[in-house]
Design a protein around this ligand. Structure first.
Ligand code: GTR
Length: 423
């Protein structure tokens, strides 16, 4: 049978829709299932953890391994070589307040390499600055209208509003995400900002033939193994390697790098912070399912929905928990606990029900006993605060009015909190 292009297209669209709607989502608090939340202070074998040493030597390693092998996926070995090249620099950026640097990072493995560019702004009035570091969604040139930002030549998703139809970044998209990156406020607050375009590390599509993963394959291998890394793990790895660069640049205080991310990139910042303890602090903005939100609540996006829509984000092993959350011996509060005792900020937005604000909040509360072992103040209340009423302890949380986004308000809170706990 010969099918017309139109029929094929219809078939494709309907199959995609079926795949995406096969799993229902719930927004009714009364329908949240009863669930048992694992105790971060009890080992898988049932031993109670009583000291920070026991946490560090016994519980943390087994929890980290679980997340590594069953959720985000292991990085399969070390890279062979890393190099850095400052490819552009300017001393008069952000209304004359900042120095701009663009640094090309090249990672080599098995005689193949990938490169990505770190865009850095540093306050002029400091000889060494603490920084926020986070990946961006559409290319470094979108975070500010600065004409000197090098435009990415990597694959970008087609976006009508940005005039992108052939997966190539366009000049018209320069500065279009300025609203999400309060650079001047960050500089005025005494911090620097560094960002990378995540698509230069691994394009955000269900295709493992390209990006960082492909460097690690053995002969004939086409996909990571079931316990190996998905895209979130690869993006996190690239953030870690950017930190390797910061350690070589005296203008950056590498002991004070706060890793930041929004949404899927908030999931990424959490995993980066858990995996690389050199990060001094972690911020996850509206990170939702597979980020800060408790999976066992099954509110908004679920493990089934996320693994169906984005099969490349997590390890294949994570599929074992599709519609099977009760079998999960961990939950996301334990991912947050892996960041202890370092400062951690989780933020939600009132209208972002998909990300389950309550589940994101409860995670901070249930991670807090681990912070207490280190005499650090987490979040003791189990009652979610009112909107726009941040709690800013070492573990911090806010829910702001509005939708899924990063706003000026969010950055004002992050800067205030970082001044207290990082600077
Ligand atoms: C959504 C996804 C969320 C979140 C978001 C984003 O489609 O379901 O988990 O990651 O994308 O990254 O903006």
């Amino acid at each position: 049978m010969k099918l017309s292009l139109y029929t094929l297209l219809l078939l494709f669209v309907s199959q995609t829709l079926i795949a995406q709607t096969a799993y229902e989502h719930n927004y009714d608090e009364n329908k949240v299932p009863q669930f048992h939340l694992p105790d971060p202070l009890k080992t898988f074998e049932g031993k109670q953890i009583k000291t920070s040493q026991e946490w560090t030597n016994m519980r943390r390693p087994e929890l980290y391994s679980f997340f590594e092998e069953n959720v985000y996926g292991k990085v399969p070995g070390a890279i062979d070589d890393i190099s850095f090249e400052v490819i552009e620099q300017g001393n008069n950026a952000i209304n004359g307040k900042a120095i701009r640097k663009q640094v090309k990072v090249t990672l080599t493995k098995n005689k193949q390499s990938i490169s990505y560019t770190i865009l850095i702004y540093l306050p002029k009035n400091k000889t060494t600055a603490p920084i926020f570091m986070g990946p961006n969604f559409r290319g470094n040139h979108t975070v500010n209208a600065d004409p000197n930002i090098i435009m990415t030549s990597a694959w970008v998703p087609n976006t009508k509003e940005l005039g992108i139809t052939d997966h190539k970044a366009q000049e018209s998209s320069r500065g279009t995400r300025t609203n999400r990156w309060a650079i001047e406020k960050i500089i005025d607050g005494g911090f620097g900002l560094a960002t990378i375009y995540y698509g230069e590390v691994d394009p955000d599509k269900d295709d493992f033939s390209d990006g960082l993963h492909s460097l690690f394959y053995s002969e004939g291998q086409l996909n990571p193994k079931p316990d190996e890394w998905g895209s979130i793990s690869a993006w996190s790895f690239a953030l870690s390697k950017a930190l390797d660069y910061f350690e070589t640049d005296s203008a950056i205080d590498a002991a004070k790098v706060v890793v930041f991310g929004h949404s899927r990139l908030g999931k990424t910042s959490l995993w980066a912070g858990a995996s690389d303890q050199r990060f001094a602090g972690v911020i996850a903005n509206d990170s939702g399912c597979g980020g800060a939100a408790l999976s066992k609540r099954k509110y908004g996006e679920t493990i089934a929905i996320i693994n169906t829509a984005f099969p490349h984000w997590f390890s294949d092993n994570f599929n074992k928990y599709i519609e099977n959350e009760s079998a999960l011996p961990v939950d996301q509060h334990e991912l947050l606990a892996l960041i202890a005792p370092r400062p951690l900020y989780i933020a939600s937005a009132k209208e972002d029900r998909w990300a389950d604000p309550k589940g994101e909040f409860l995670s901070t509360h249930f991670a807090s006993p681990v912070y207490a072992l280190f005499d650090k103040e987490g979040i003791s209340t189990s009652k979610i605060p009112e909107v726009n009423q941040p709690i800013q302890n070492i573990v911090a949380y806010h829910i702001r009015t509005g939708k899924h986004d990063v706003t000026e308000y969010d950055w004002e809170q992050y800067i205030k909190w970082a001044k207290k706990h990082i600077e």
